[in-house]
Design a protein around this ligand. Sequence first.
Ligand SMILES: Nc1ncnc2c1ncn2[C@@H]1O[C@H](COP(=O)(O)OP(=O)(O)OP(=O)(O)O)[C@@H](O)[C@H]1O
Ligand SMILES: [Mg+2]
Length: 454
Amino acid sequence: MTAARILCVDHDQSHNDALLALLTELGHVAVSSVSPLRALEIVAAEPFDVVVTHLAMTEMDSMEFFARLHGTQPDIPIVVLTGQGSMDAVIRALRAGAYDFLTKPVDPSLLAACVARAAAHRRLRIEVQQLRRVVSTRAPQDGLVGASPALEQVRDLVGRVARSDASVLICGETGTGKELVARALHGTSERSSNAFVAINCAAIPSNLLESELFGHVRGAFTDARSTRRGLFVAASGGTLFLDEIAEMEAPMQTKLLRVLQERTVRPVGADSDVAYDARIVSATHRDLEKEVESGRFRQDLYFRINVVKITVPTLRERRADILSLAELFLARATARSGKAGIRISPEVAERLLAYHWPGNVRELENCIEGAVALARFTDLTIEDLPEKIRAYRSDAFVMIADEAHEIVSLETLEQRYITRVIKIVGGNKARAATLLGLDRRTLYRRLERYGLES
Ligand SMILES: Nc1ncnc2c1ncn2[C@@H]1O[C@H](COP(=O)(O)OP(=O)(O)OP(=O)(O)O)[C@@H](O)[C@H]1O
Ligand SMILES: [Mg+2]
């Protein structure tokens, strides 16, 4: 038997003492309190496996005690003690979430069995929660969460070009996951055991960028107190990620072009070249072709860095991934804040799916983190969402009506709407049913009726 930590709550100290003696004899660690308020403080301060409490308490109504205890410690099983002939109270207690009951005078063997079961129940609940968290936080191998066709295309492209040394240009709106794609590319390449070196070209003043990238020799400029190798050499054998490459100024573009052509760098102040062997991956949120057209970006450099182009889709273009991403961020945020068990309510899911996400995945991540910070220990509600997402008016309905430019029967409209929702959630019928406010069987019946089962 595993020893359990048990808290006994009875307003009668002599009853507490008797119970404590029994439990200690059974090999458990027991603590008692005559006050339910004090008991709440005790469980908040240290972990317990089981709470055994008398039903009729003077200081606080038992139901309130249960609610407050489960409000902060939803996993602690409560065993209630009751006198003979108070079955009504027991039933109410069980309905209010008590785990089991024992009648007084307590039979030691029943007490032993009941406490052992309750403690095992709690361990199991915690284990399931931990497993769930591990499963949902563990992103697929490449770290990219999502199964939408648009993301599958990216994944496919990453898989195909990872093994070559071709330069890759990653494009996509802000927050779509460009850096994550660059890391996935490195992680699945043969260079993965060597360094992934990232530099944000927009964040470094142009006069420092050259020595940062190519290195410098001692005394090359006032602050160059020692010789330093640059990032090209540091990334040798691995991948160099040039983020926000469109922000690079013209003179630097010219130098970079030469470095990419020759596959050598010349450190600032040096009089000879150093070879490097880094795979070049660049990223930008700008339309680089337009930058070339307007003369802000060198065309020959553009061709060099853009041997293969990967365009990361916006979140709007892959709504089917919104809920899986939201669940990933929820699992991470709740694990950090200790609010395990919080879920996304159907109303919240509906708003998340309707919103247009101009800041893409990063905006969704911030939104969920903020919501978890605001949330009580209940599931996320609409009030936990930022105002702009709460107030966002979806034009989904208008779109179905407009699409056809025709008046259709309610049945046809329903059929189209159901099809649309199923498409939005990536074919997950359980999710679609929740959003539509139907139980799953009703949804299946309608699909059957409309011949939409597949
Ligand atoms: N498919 C995905 N699965 C899991 N997390 C993702 C995914 N896409 C993006 N993220 C997360 O979203 C956030 C933004 O991603 P990332 O920094 O890669 O975007 P970015 O396109 O480089 O943005 P920016 O243009 O603003 O630099 C990160 O926290 C990243 O981990
Ligand atoms: Mg980025």
